[in-house]
Write a protein that binds this ligand. Sequence first.
Ligand code: NAD
Length: 451
Amino acid sequence: MKLTIIGTGYVGLVTGACFAEMGNNVTCVDIDQHKIAGLKKGVLPIYEPGLEPMVANNHKNGRLRFCTSLTDPAAKSNMYFIAVGTPPEEDGSADLQYVLGVAREIGRHITQHTIVVDKSTVPVGTADKVKAAIDDELAKRGAKVSFDVVSNPEFLKEGAAVEDFMRPDRVIIGTDSEQVRKVMRDLYLPFMRTHERLLFMGVRDAEMAKYAGNAMLATKISFMNEIANLCERLGVDVENVRNGIGSDSRIGYSFIYPGAGYGGSCFPKDVKALIRMAKDHDYEPKVLGAVEARNNAQKQVLFEKIRHRFGPNLKGLCFGVWGLAFKPGTDDLREASSVVLLNALIGAGASIKAYDPVAMQTARREFPRAWFDSNQLKLMDEQYQALEGADAMVLVTEWKPFRHPDFDRIRKIMKQAVVFDGRNQYDPALLRQAGFEYSGIGRATPDKINL
Ligand SMILES: NC(=O)c1ccc[n+]([C@@H]2O[C@H](COP(=O)([O-])OP(=O)(O)OC[C@H]3O[C@@H](n4cnc5c(N)ncnc54)[C@H](O)[C@@H]3O)[C@@H](O)[C@H]2O)c1
């Protein structure tokens, strides 16, 4: 098939590369000229395991092309995937200007029957707005072209995006058209050789399924963080509780890790957007509101522990921070817990040496210049360098190289042997035996820090 993917970010680039990998002819379009120029030279704008060779191979064999506008002949097709961002507005609602802008562009260009697939995460009812925008553009030029708008929300996880796309748990297709169902099945069947995992439903159902999925996962995380904070106050180790409840098959182990809060470009904004959708329909979403409030508070927990240990004025103290990305496997810093922590530490006068295996470039680009100029933030080339002379180590993102470090070496290079483990990666007893003061999330101990 000939496909055009509009928006070449995490979703668009992975979608384009994976469709090309299956033999389709794909053109990825992005208005960011710098991004497209880089991609044409094999430079990826994002880090995603397995993506670089896939993009390079398919670009080389001509199945994956890049351009900056739908007016480019390479972008002409009968199937357009909208994969642009839907960032939050002030009031929490999803900003649809990019999605609707693309819809208008499509309306200005199509000349024969077209399927428009919405892959961006969009509020219920957006497909109708996309349809209206295309209709409006067609009317402006007096063209009569038939088209279908389909909802095909994306469920890939950053850090495992290629794997998720190539072997999806399920693919949701929202459409009322039998013809579109056939085309979409044809397109996705190569990704599900063992058994079909396509779920067909109405367009609005599909739009809602995406939000409900992310909100459910965010709820599990916030619930567990609340339990963890309570454990800390009750003299309980939440890690035993986690194992105790995860073994119940009705609950399961995934998404019940206590930590420093969820971040990323999806959970925070999608929970917000769902809250907004509810309020717009005169419904007070009590659970979702609590999920968001717990998460905002949870992002402060590491700083509160640090303040409790070192006092309110952190001037003259240095913190070695391991992990900046919002989760392992990505260079994405959007809504990351590290950003909240660094803001608080720097605001309290501390200096920071930070290391992340892949998010350093993003950090250099996105953190305020003033943090670097004042020397309050130094990005280090190697994980142990970040701990040299530090008064405490703070683990924020649980990258694999941080899971089993050389604590003898760490004790020797740090100024004070204090560890704040924001992802419960370490065994408190072992660290204490090794001479560290240890504080995790929800792990009560004799020298517990009572928040
Ligand atoms: N990132 C994820 O893990 C993930 C997972 C599932 C769903 N989603 C959803 O997918 C959508 C895209 O997310 P993302 O993380 O890929 O976003 P992103 O910010 O990484 O990429 C969006 C891209 O769209 C481009 N763009 C904006 N307007 C354009 C236009 N008019 N024409 C062409 N390109 C344009 C931008 O330049 C950018 O490169 C969002 O709705 C998001 O919620 C994201």
